[in-house]
Design a protein around this ligand. Sequence first.
Ligand SMILES: Nc1ncnc2c1ncn2[C@@H]1O[C@H](COP(=O)(O)OP(=O)(O)OP(=O)(O)O)[C@@H](O)[C@H]1O
Ligand SMILES: [Mg+2]
Length: 277
Amino acid sequence: MKTLVLCNQKGGVGKSAVATLLVHLLAHRGRRVLAIDLDHQGNFSKPLRLSGRAAVSAIASDALLTDRPPPLPDKPCVLVPGDRALLGLERQPALHTPFARNFRSFLGAVEGAFDVCVIDTNPNPDIRVIAALASADFVLSPMQLNQEAMDGVSGLLNHERVGLRKIKAVLNPKLALIGLLPTMVEPTPFQKANFVQVVQQYHPLMIRIGDGPGTFASIPRRSCIAEAQAEGAVLWEMKKTAARDAWREIEPSLTRIADIVTGATIHRTEADHAASA
Ligand SMILES: Nc1ncnc2c1ncn2[C@@H]1O[C@H](COP(=O)(O)OP(=O)(O)OP(=O)(O)O)[C@@H](O)[C@H]1O
Ligand SMILES: [Mg+2]
């Protein structure tokens, strides 16, 4: 089983939407998928629940850190939803090390039952994010093309608690950064200029798709993506032409990410080299 964490300390950048799309894509491609929602807001749990495509575990995800949880449903796609109890974990600092250890043991225990585990995280740099990054194989960072988000990239790498360099050096040397995924991209002059700036500034952190110059993974802003999240619909199965068009636009980016996670692409990513440097 390979474990992917979606993480960015900025809120509302599309982490949960991308996580949901990836779960549907991986399941559609025949992978056994475990979805874990570490955000009490439940914006990953809700669309997966509504979709009816995931068996929902009886326990919520806080139990994966605090307890020795009971077995999960024996199904090819399983959701461990988030709930408000997740909010209490940060307030128990004496237990943070056992929390991270329990989470790692849990992932080890389900290793043979799933091919991929997708973990959605909350935007605060707390013990949930640390526990997820401390045990994961890959991290993907959705980001918006505005100035604060671009300034936030250095925090992703260098934050004193959850920065990827620190996590790799101290807790999890195998963690590989897949890269930055610009989301909600709009064809405005402002965003186009910001895209160019991100590519110039963080070139090694971008996720290359295809061989052409300047072809990097990104997700456009499309109202049908928000609708799919709200309704629990699978984007490419929605009746509207706009939804199928949107899927056609984002499929190469998500497929590339899915291929990296499932090992169809075995090289260390360029971004990971940059994160280690
Ligand atoms: N590509 C997109 N196009 C249009 N709307 C989108 C897109 N991606 C996400 N959204 C919508 O934007 C809002 C924020 O997205 P999402 O919940 O995925 O962000 P997040 O990073 O998970 O937020 P948080 O930090 O609060 O967890 C949601 O209403 C979602 O449906
Ligand atoms: Mg979210």
